[in-house]
Design a protein around this ligand. Structure first.
Ligand SMILES: Cc1cc2nc3c(=O)[nH]c(=O)nc-3n(C[C@H](O)[C@H](O)[C@H](O)COP(=O)(O)O)c2cc1C
Length: 286
Protein backbone atom coordinates (compact mmCIF):
# COMPACT_ATOMS: atom_id res chain seq x y z
CA UNK A 1 0.00 0.00 0.00
CA UNK A 2 2.77 2.38 1.08
CA UNK A 3 4.68 1.52 -2.09
CA UNK A 4 1.62 2.35 -4.19
CA UNK A 5 1.16 5.71 -2.44
CA UNK A 6 4.87 6.44 -2.90
CA UNK A 7 4.75 5.68 -6.60
CA UNK A 8 1.65 7.90 -7.02
CA UNK A 9 3.47 10.75 -5.23
CA UNK A 10 6.58 10.24 -7.36
CA UNK A 11 4.49 10.14 -10.53
CA UNK A 12 2.72 13.38 -9.65
CA UNK A 13 6.06 15.02 -8.88
CA UNK A 14 7.61 13.67 -12.05
CA UNK A 15 7.70 16.35 -14.71
CA UNK A 16 7.18 15.50 -18.36
CA UNK A 17 9.57 17.54 -20.45
CA UNK A 18 9.05 17.68 -24.18
CA UNK A 19 11.99 18.63 -26.39
CA UNK A 20 11.02 19.78 -29.86
CA UNK A 21 14.02 19.26 -32.10
CA UNK A 22 13.71 21.55 -35.11
CA UNK A 23 16.74 20.11 -36.88
CA UNK A 24 16.90 17.04 -39.10
CA UNK A 25 20.55 16.60 -38.07
CA UNK A 26 21.26 13.67 -35.74
CA UNK A 27 23.23 14.78 -32.66
CA UNK A 28 22.98 18.34 -33.93
CA UNK A 29 23.00 21.32 -31.60
CA UNK A 30 19.22 21.41 -31.18
CA UNK A 31 19.11 17.82 -29.99
CA UNK A 32 22.27 17.87 -27.87
CA UNK A 33 21.48 21.12 -26.09
CA UNK A 34 18.00 19.94 -25.08
CA UNK A 35 19.70 16.90 -23.53
CA UNK A 36 22.29 19.14 -21.85
CA UNK A 37 19.55 21.30 -20.31
CA UNK A 38 17.79 18.18 -19.03
CA UNK A 39 21.05 17.10 -17.33
CA UNK A 40 20.69 20.12 -15.06
CA UNK A 41 17.10 19.64 -13.93
CA UNK A 42 17.10 19.20 -10.17
CA UNK A 43 13.75 17.37 -10.20
CA UNK A 44 12.53 13.99 -11.39
CA UNK A 45 11.63 14.13 -15.04
CA UNK A 46 10.91 12.24 -18.22
CA UNK A 47 12.53 13.73 -21.30
CA UNK A 48 10.63 13.00 -24.50
CA UNK A 49 11.92 14.23 -27.85
CA UNK A 50 10.26 14.81 -31.20
CA UNK A 51 12.26 15.48 -34.34
CA UNK A 52 9.83 17.86 -35.98
CA UNK A 53 11.12 17.70 -39.60
CA UNK A 54 10.31 13.97 -39.58
CA UNK A 55 6.62 14.63 -38.97
CA UNK A 56 4.08 14.48 -41.71
CA UNK A 57 2.52 17.94 -41.61
CA UNK A 58 0.37 18.73 -44.62
CA UNK A 59 -0.46 22.24 -45.85
CA UNK A 60 -3.64 23.92 -44.59
CA UNK A 61 -6.40 23.57 -47.19
CA UNK A 62 -8.00 26.87 -46.12
CA UNK A 63 -11.37 25.12 -45.79
CA UNK A 64 -12.04 26.81 -42.40
CA UNK A 65 -13.67 23.54 -41.34
CA UNK A 66 -11.89 23.36 -37.98
CA UNK A 67 -12.96 26.94 -37.22
CA UNK A 68 -16.58 25.82 -37.70
CA UNK A 69 -16.06 22.78 -35.43
CA UNK A 70 -15.48 20.15 -38.13
CA UNK A 71 -12.56 17.70 -38.21
CA UNK A 72 -9.49 18.65 -40.25
CA UNK A 73 -9.51 16.84 -43.62
CA UNK A 74 -5.71 16.46 -43.41
CA UNK A 75 -4.85 13.10 -41.89
CA UNK A 76 -1.33 13.66 -40.64
CA UNK A 77 0.71 14.03 -37.44
CA UNK A 78 -0.44 17.48 -36.31
CA UNK A 79 -3.14 16.51 -33.82
CA UNK A 80 -0.85 13.84 -32.32
CA UNK A 81 1.78 16.53 -31.85
CA UNK A 82 -0.73 18.84 -30.14
CA UNK A 83 -1.87 16.04 -27.81
CA UNK A 84 1.77 15.34 -26.93
CA UNK A 85 2.23 19.02 -26.08
CA UNK A 86 -0.79 18.82 -23.78
CA UNK A 87 0.84 15.94 -21.89
CA UNK A 88 4.03 17.92 -21.29
CA UNK A 89 4.61 19.99 -18.16
CA UNK A 90 7.27 22.07 -19.87
CA UNK A 91 8.82 22.40 -23.33
CA UNK A 92 12.23 23.11 -24.80
CA UNK A 93 11.70 24.31 -28.36
CA UNK A 94 14.69 24.50 -30.69
CA UNK A 95 15.44 25.37 -34.28
CA UNK A 96 18.49 25.66 -36.49
CA UNK A 97 18.63 28.94 -38.39
CA UNK A 98 18.16 28.15 -42.07
CA UNK A 99 18.42 31.03 -44.53
CA UNK A 100 17.84 33.74 -41.93
CA UNK A 101 14.79 32.07 -40.49
CA UNK A 102 13.65 29.16 -38.37
CA UNK A 103 13.35 25.69 -39.92
CA UNK A 104 10.31 25.66 -42.23
CA UNK A 105 8.64 22.93 -40.16
CA UNK A 106 7.57 25.63 -37.69
CA UNK A 107 5.83 27.57 -40.43
CA UNK A 108 4.21 24.41 -41.73
CA UNK A 109 2.82 23.68 -38.28
CA UNK A 110 1.82 27.30 -37.76
CA UNK A 111 -0.06 27.43 -41.04
CA UNK A 112 -2.36 24.85 -39.46
CA UNK A 113 -2.72 27.02 -36.37
CA UNK A 114 -6.51 27.37 -36.59
CA UNK A 115 -6.52 23.86 -35.13
CA UNK A 116 -4.64 25.15 -32.07
CA UNK A 117 -7.90 26.72 -30.84
CA UNK A 118 -9.24 23.22 -30.09
CA UNK A 119 -6.34 22.62 -27.72
CA UNK A 120 -5.65 26.10 -26.37
CA UNK A 121 -7.37 25.65 -23.00
CA UNK A 122 -4.97 22.77 -22.30
CA UNK A 123 -1.76 24.19 -23.76
CA UNK A 124 -2.21 27.66 -22.25
CA UNK A 125 0.34 28.59 -19.60
CA UNK A 126 2.76 25.71 -20.13
CA UNK A 127 6.29 27.05 -19.66
CA UNK A 128 8.75 26.85 -22.51
CA UNK A 129 12.24 27.87 -23.50
CA UNK A 130 13.01 28.89 -27.08
CA UNK A 131 16.45 28.33 -28.59
CA UNK A 132 17.82 29.23 -32.03
CA UNK A 133 21.12 27.78 -33.24
CA UNK A 134 23.01 29.63 -35.93
CA UNK A 135 26.36 29.05 -37.59
CA UNK A 136 27.65 32.47 -38.62
CA UNK A 137 28.09 35.47 -36.32
CA UNK A 138 24.98 37.70 -36.31
CA UNK A 139 23.20 35.79 -39.12
CA UNK A 140 20.24 34.86 -36.93
CA UNK A 141 17.79 36.61 -39.24
CA UNK A 142 14.15 36.44 -38.10
CA UNK A 143 14.39 32.99 -36.53
CA UNK A 144 13.50 33.98 -32.93
CA UNK A 145 10.30 35.55 -34.24
CA UNK A 146 9.07 32.24 -35.68
CA UNK A 147 9.58 30.37 -32.41
CA UNK A 148 7.88 33.16 -30.49
CA UNK A 149 4.85 33.14 -32.76
CA UNK A 150 4.70 29.35 -32.45
CA UNK A 151 4.81 29.52 -28.64
CA UNK A 152 2.39 32.44 -28.32
CA UNK A 153 -0.12 30.84 -30.70
CA UNK A 154 -0.27 27.84 -28.39
CA UNK A 155 -0.55 30.10 -25.35
CA UNK A 156 2.75 28.82 -23.98
CA UNK A 157 4.55 30.89 -21.37
CA UNK A 158 7.95 31.88 -22.75
CA UNK A 159 10.52 31.77 -19.95
CA UNK A 160 13.49 32.54 -22.19
CA UNK A 161 14.29 33.10 -25.85
CA UNK A 162 17.97 32.68 -26.67
CA UNK A 163 20.13 32.39 -29.76
CA UNK A 164 23.41 30.48 -29.65
CA UNK A 165 26.17 30.38 -32.25
CA UNK A 166 27.35 26.84 -32.99
CA UNK A 167 27.89 25.49 -36.50
CA UNK A 168 29.11 21.90 -36.29
CA UNK A 169 26.88 19.19 -34.81
CA UNK A 170 27.26 19.28 -31.03
CA UNK A 171 29.60 22.29 -31.21
CA UNK A 172 27.40 24.03 -28.67
CA UNK A 173 29.10 21.95 -25.98
CA UNK A 174 32.65 22.95 -27.01
CA UNK A 175 32.18 26.08 -24.92
CA UNK A 176 31.74 25.82 -21.15
CA UNK A 177 29.81 29.09 -21.16
CA UNK A 178 27.06 27.27 -23.08
CA UNK A 179 26.97 24.52 -20.45
CA UNK A 180 26.44 27.26 -17.86
CA UNK A 181 23.71 28.70 -20.06
CA UNK A 182 22.05 25.27 -20.15
CA UNK A 183 22.10 25.14 -16.37
CA UNK A 184 20.58 28.60 -16.13
CA UNK A 185 17.84 27.70 -18.62
CA UNK A 186 17.11 24.48 -16.71
CA UNK A 187 16.55 26.58 -13.59
CA UNK A 188 14.33 29.05 -15.43
CA UNK A 189 11.80 26.64 -16.95
CA UNK A 190 9.66 26.23 -13.82
CA UNK A 191 10.78 29.36 -11.99
CA UNK A 192 8.62 32.44 -11.33
CA UNK A 193 10.83 34.57 -13.54
CA UNK A 194 9.57 35.63 -16.96
CA UNK A 195 11.32 36.42 -20.21
CA UNK A 196 13.96 39.13 -20.00
CA UNK A 197 12.62 42.14 -21.85
CA UNK A 198 15.22 44.85 -21.82
CA UNK A 199 15.53 45.81 -25.48
CA UNK A 200 12.70 44.36 -27.55
CA UNK A 201 9.00 45.00 -27.85
CA UNK A 202 7.84 46.49 -24.53
CA UNK A 203 4.78 44.22 -24.61
CA UNK A 204 6.17 40.76 -25.45
CA UNK A 205 9.97 41.10 -25.67
CA UNK A 206 10.35 40.15 -29.34
CA UNK A 207 13.38 41.78 -30.93
CA UNK A 208 12.05 41.44 -34.49
CA UNK A 209 10.25 44.69 -35.08
CA UNK A 210 8.70 46.39 -38.12
CA UNK A 211 9.42 50.08 -38.66
CA UNK A 212 6.47 52.28 -39.63
CA UNK A 213 6.14 56.03 -40.01
CA UNK A 214 4.84 56.55 -36.48
CA UNK A 215 7.32 54.23 -34.74
CA UNK A 216 7.48 50.46 -34.44
CA UNK A 217 5.13 47.49 -34.62
CA UNK A 218 6.13 44.20 -33.05
CA UNK A 219 6.03 41.35 -35.58
CA UNK A 220 4.88 38.92 -32.88
CA UNK A 221 2.24 40.57 -30.65
CA UNK A 222 1.67 43.52 -33.02
CA UNK A 223 1.91 46.04 -30.17
CA UNK A 224 2.71 49.61 -31.28
CA UNK A 225 5.47 51.58 -29.57
CA UNK A 226 7.98 54.39 -29.92
CA UNK A 227 11.51 54.91 -28.70
CA UNK A 228 12.33 58.37 -27.32
CA UNK A 229 15.61 60.24 -27.75
CA UNK A 230 16.92 58.71 -24.52
CA UNK A 231 16.24 55.21 -25.88
CA UNK A 232 13.23 54.63 -23.60
CA UNK A 233 10.45 52.54 -25.10
CA UNK A 234 6.97 54.08 -24.92
CA UNK A 235 3.97 51.82 -25.38
CA UNK A 236 1.35 53.21 -27.77
CA UNK A 237 -1.19 50.39 -28.00
CA UNK A 238 -1.42 46.64 -27.55
CA UNK A 239 -1.66 44.41 -30.59
CA UNK A 240 -4.82 42.72 -29.37
CA UNK A 241 -4.01 39.36 -30.94
CA UNK A 242 -2.30 37.22 -28.34
CA UNK A 243 -3.17 36.56 -24.73
CA UNK A 244 -5.27 34.20 -22.64
CA UNK A 245 -7.59 31.74 -24.45
CA UNK A 246 -10.76 33.82 -24.01
CA UNK A 247 -8.89 36.67 -25.71
CA UNK A 248 -7.61 34.50 -28.57
CA UNK A 249 -11.03 32.90 -29.04
CA UNK A 250 -12.29 36.33 -30.08
CA UNK A 251 -10.23 35.94 -33.23
CA UNK A 252 -11.80 32.53 -33.85
CA UNK A 253 -15.24 34.15 -33.50
CA UNK A 254 -14.22 36.78 -36.01
CA UNK A 255 -13.09 34.03 -38.42
CA UNK A 256 -16.43 32.28 -38.01
CA UNK A 257 -18.08 35.56 -38.98
CA UNK A 258 -15.88 35.71 -42.06
CA UNK A 259 -17.03 32.24 -43.12
CA UNK A 260 -20.62 33.52 -42.93
CA UNK A 261 -19.60 36.58 -44.92
CA UNK A 262 -17.97 34.35 -47.53
CA UNK A 263 -21.13 32.27 -47.91
CA UNK A 264 -23.26 35.42 -48.22
CA UNK A 265 -20.85 37.02 -50.71
CA UNK A 266 -20.52 34.14 -53.19
CA UNK A 267 -22.47 35.87 -55.98
CA UNK A 268 -20.45 39.06 -55.56
CA UNK A 269 -17.18 37.07 -55.62
CA UNK A 270 -18.17 35.22 -58.83
CA UNK A 271 -18.98 38.58 -60.44
CA UNK A 272 -15.78 40.30 -59.24
CA UNK A 273 -13.42 37.60 -60.53
CA UNK A 274 -15.26 36.76 -63.77
CA UNK A 275 -13.02 38.97 -65.97
CA UNK A 276 -9.75 37.23 -65.04
CA UNK A 277 -10.84 33.85 -63.69
CA UNK A 278 -9.70 31.66 -66.59
CA UNK A 279 -6.57 33.54 -67.64
CA UNK A 280 -3.24 31.67 -67.91
CA UNK A 281 -2.37 28.01 -68.16
CA UNK A 282 -1.60 25.88 -65.09
CA UNK A 283 1.64 23.88 -65.16
CA UNK A 284 1.38 20.57 -63.31
CA UNK A 285 4.37 18.40 -62.41
CA UNK A 286 3.78 14.63 -62.26
C1 LIG B 1 20.35 24.84 -45.24
C2 LIG B 1 21.08 25.55 -44.13
C3 LIG B 1 20.94 26.93 -44.01
C4 LIG B 1 21.61 27.61 -43.00
N1 LIG B 1 21.42 28.96 -42.90
C5 LIG B 1 22.05 29.64 -41.90
C6 LIG B 1 21.84 31.05 -41.75
O1 LIG B 1 21.08 31.69 -42.46
N2 LIG B 1 22.50 31.70 -40.76
C7 LIG B 1 23.37 31.02 -39.91
O2 LIG B 1 23.98 31.66 -39.05
N3 LIG B 1 23.55 29.68 -40.01
C8 LIG B 1 22.91 28.97 -40.97
N4 LIG B 1 23.07 27.61 -41.06
C9 LIG B 1 23.88 26.90 -40.05
C10 LIG B 1 23.03 26.25 -38.96
O3 LIG B 1 22.13 27.15 -38.42
C11 LIG B 1 23.91 25.71 -37.83
O4 LIG B 1 24.81 24.77 -38.35
C12 LIG B 1 23.12 25.11 -36.68
O5 LIG B 1 24.01 24.72 -35.66
C13 LIG B 1 22.34 23.88 -37.09
O6 LIG B 1 21.70 23.30 -35.98
P1 LIG B 1 21.74 21.70 -35.75
O7 LIG B 1 23.15 21.36 -35.39
O8 LIG B 1 20.79 21.44 -34.64
O9 LIG B 1 21.33 21.09 -37.04
C14 LIG B 1 22.44 26.90 -42.08
C15 LIG B 1 22.57 25.52 -42.22
C16 LIG B 1 21.90 24.85 -43.24
C17 LIG B 1 22.06 23.35 -43.36
Amino acid sequence: MLNKINSVIIETMLKNILGLVGSPRRYGNCEIFIKEIAQHFNFEHNLKLIRLPELNIMPCRACYGCIMGNPCPNRDDLERLLKTIINADGLIITTPVYYFGAHSIYKRILDRGFLFYNYLNDTYGKPCILINFYGIKDRIGASPQALMVFAHSLGLKIKASVSIQAALPGEVLFDNANKEKAEKLAGLLFSDKGIENRYGCPFCGSEIIRMVKEGFICTVCHGHFKVDSAGRRKKIKEGGILGPPEHMFRHRDWLRGMKERFLNSKKEIVKAISGVRDKGEWIKFD
